[in-house]
Each structure stands twice: as C-alpha cells, then as structure tokens.
Ligand binder design. Structure first.
Ligand SMILES: Cc1ncc(COP(=O)(O)O)c(C=O)c1O
Length: 401
C-alpha cells in the first residue's frame, strides 16, 4: 500500500493539531473500498450490511449509509447508532449470540429487517415477544456449517464447538417450530464463518449446506429466498483491499434462485485507518532494542490479542531499512502491551511519530480505558480537509458516574 506524500503530510498535520495517540481515516480509501464491493457484486441482487463492530464512528457510518449500505449490529447501542447515522431500518439486521429480552424487544419495536437467531431458546424468547406485542418479527437462523475458514482461533466461528449458531439439523426444527407462530416471519438463512478469511471456498462449502437446508424447508412450505453469507472477507495488513470477486462470480450462478446479504466489516474500513503514536523513550533490554510510545494495547489491541503485524512507518524520521530489529511497546503495565515486535527499522528518535497501517478495523472499536487511560482521538482526512470526528476523552469522564 503506497501512501502519497500529500496524505502523509496531512496525517502529520492532523496529529500535530490533535495530538497522539490518534486514529486518522482517509475518506477516499473508505469510499474506494465501498465502490470496489459494489462493482464486484454488480451482477447479483445483494444487500451489503456493514458490520458496525469493525468501526462505529458516526461520521464514517454516515458515509457508509449514504452509499446505500445497510447495517449489521450486535447490540442496542449499535442499533441506535445505525438508526441515527442514516441507515434505513429495513436494511438493519441484528446478530449476536447473547441478545437479552430487552434487546430483542427494542429490535422488534424498531421494525428492523430481521433478527439473526442463534439458539432454540432465543427463538422461544423472540416468539413470546412477538405474541405479547402482537407484532410480526422477521428472523433468520444462524447456521454453524462446520466449515474451517483457516483463520486465527479467536476469530473462527463456523466450526462445531464454537458458541455461534446451530447445526443445520437443529435450524430445520427451529424453522418448523416457528411456523406455528404467525408473527414469526422467516426471511433468511444466515452463516458467518469468522474473520480474516482469504479463501472463497470456505463460503462455497457453507453455501451448499445452507442450500440443502433451504430445499428441505421448501418441502414444509417454508420458502426462503435470501441467503446471508455474513462477513469475514480478509484484508492483509498494509495492503489495499481486494474484494471477493470469485465469490461474487459464484453467487451470480445462483442469482435466479436467491438474493444475498453480505456483512463486511473489516474489508470496508481496515485500510482507510492509520494509528499514530509518539515515541517517548528508547532503551535496551538484554539484546532487545525497546521503544516505548504513548499509545498502547488499550488504544489498539490487535497486535497483543491476535498477534497481528501492522506495518509501521516513521512520519517524521528515518524509514531506511537497517538490520536492526526493534520492539515497539505502549505505556500500559502489561508485558503483552506491544504494538509491533521485530520491526526492521532504524531506532526512532524521541518525538518521532510512528504510524501503523490498516488500523481502521477493530482499532478504536476495541479500545478501552484500561489503566484509566483516555480513549484516543479520531480524525478524518478528505482531500485537504482535516476534521476531528471524535474528541480524545477527558479525564473528567473518569470522575463522573
Ligand atoms: C455476524 C457477523 N457478521 C459480520 C462480521 C464482520 O466480520 P468482518 O469484520 O471480518 O468482515 C462479524 C464479525 O465478527 C460477525 O460476527
């Protein structure tokens, strides 16, 4: 991924004005990712429901909703945020393995497109709500297709043993049971295999299992024409996003029979985000060269949690490649608080600004106040325009409530 000198200048300007640690987003890259998805799937009837969990900054959400996307939400917080960021309620779906009675009830009141049900017990709760409210509720059932997406174990969700979804056999019984309640409206069948998936074949295997289920349901008079393939398409850190073209081509062979939903999160926002920290101190620990910065795992947890390796560039210092492997840490009181290890770069000077690429997904949205540290600022760069789109938290926030 090449960063233009102009964009680099703008990142620098942004952090000089708003400080570090900060997330900077490029509107151009975000819109380009959206466009690539639309282009890739232009031959099929597909609704893209952006997975808010990847990044729920409301300014970014408005850009995504304006482009016609729907939303995949996993909490009432995300649902309310989507509704107030311009997403059409009939393009919102509600996923998640542990929705409370209250959450299901609010979803019913908001009349969203459908709720992705993940267990028989959840379906029974939803049924009760629909009867009490005397209201139709659209639903789909999340299938666990027992397919290995070959990704990190923390983000693999479609194999037996995982907490997500139910087997196709159980889903069949659930659709059959739901038929007794006229308020429960079956809209789709859903699966989501995990995240950082690079092989379209995993989707294909799951698709074929879902198709078998749909055929069996037809014999019961339950006609489902929408298949929700979830999200999970991968994008390598430091690279531009390439959409799942082969998957799109496969779906176009099925377009006479079905419409589709896709729930991309990471692949829409990852490459548009940059996480910038300031070098505070350098020291040696045995043979290791340690660099301590002002941004840590509470701001950007992906390296610590998933072992993700995000390329890093020095914005105002040397980027010459030397045979010098350094470890970049944050200020948090944990040995696991690192941003990158074994980075082949010259030791940055104190004050140098280090920029981690592909930080737009699961960056800010997974940040926390661990060590009572403030959450970082978020800034949008659009052409020459630099706009603060979320203020750094105040210390006062910690003293309230
Ligand atoms: C149900 C569901 N849909 C979509 C996504 C988005 O996945 P990704 O960001 O990898 O595209 C997730 C991520 O966990 C998910 O759980």
């Amino acid at each position: 991924m090449i960063i233009s000198p102009q964009f680099k200048k703008n990142i620098l300007k942004a952090v000089l004005k708003y400080g570090t640690p900060s997330y900077i987003y490029s509107k151009d890259i975000l819109e380009d990712n959206i466009y690539k998805y639309k282009k890739s799937f232009r031959d099929v009837n597909v609704l893209f429901c952006y997975a808010l969990k990847a990044n729920s900054n409301r300014v970014l959400l408005k850009i995504i909703s304006k482009n016609g996307f729907g939303a995949d939400v996993v909490s009432i917080g995300e649902m309310l945020s989507a509704l107030s960021s311009g997403f059409d309620k009939k393009k919102i779906i509600f996923s998640g393995v542990g929705k409370t009675y209250e959450e299901l009830s609010v979803a019913a009141d908001k009349e969203i497109l459908f709720i992705n049900v993940e267990s028989f017990e959840e379906l029974k709760v939803l049924s009760k709500i629909s009867v009490l409210k005397n209201k139709n509720i659209g639903f789909s059932i999340r299938i666990n297709p027992n397919v290995d997406p070959h990704t990190h174990k923390y983000i693999s969700t479609g194999k037996y043993g995982s907490k997500f979804g139910v087997s196709a056999k159980e889903a069949f019984e659930m659709y059959k049971w739901a038929k007794k309640n006229k308020f429960l409206v079956p809209i789709a069948v859903h699966f989501h295999l995990g995240s950082q998936i690079f092989k379209y074949e995993a989707y294909l295997q799951a698709f074929l299992k879902v198709e078998q289920l749909i055929k069996k349901l037809k014999c019961l008079g339950i006609n489902i024409r929408i298949i929700d393939l979830g999200g999970g398409w991968g994008v390598k850190e430091g690279e531009v996003m390439t959409p799942p073209d082969k998957l799109a081509a496969f779906l176009s062979t099925k377009k006479e029979n079905y419409s589709f939903i896709m729930e991309p999160g990471r692949s829409i926002v990852s490459s548009c985000g940059f996480f910038v920290v300031k070098t505070l101190y350098r020291k040696k620990s045995g043979v290791r060269q340690i660099v301590i910065t002002d941004g840590g795992m509470n701001d950007f947890v992906r390296p610590s949690l998933y072992g993700a390796r995000h390329p890093v560039i020095n914005l105002n210092g040397s980027n010459s490649i030397v045979n010098n492997f350094i470890d970049i840490y944050g200020p948090v009181c944990e040995s696991g608080d690192f941003l990158a290890k074994n980075v082949n770069m010259k030791v940055p000077d104190r004050g140098n600004l280090l920029c981690f690429l592909s930080a737009g997904a699961y960056g800010y949205s997974m940040s926390s106040n661990y060590n009572l540290r403030r959450k970082p600022a978020e800034i949008l760069v659009s052409g020459k325009d630099i706009k603060l789109i979320r203020k750094r938290q105040n210390y006062e926030d910690f003293l309230e409530n």
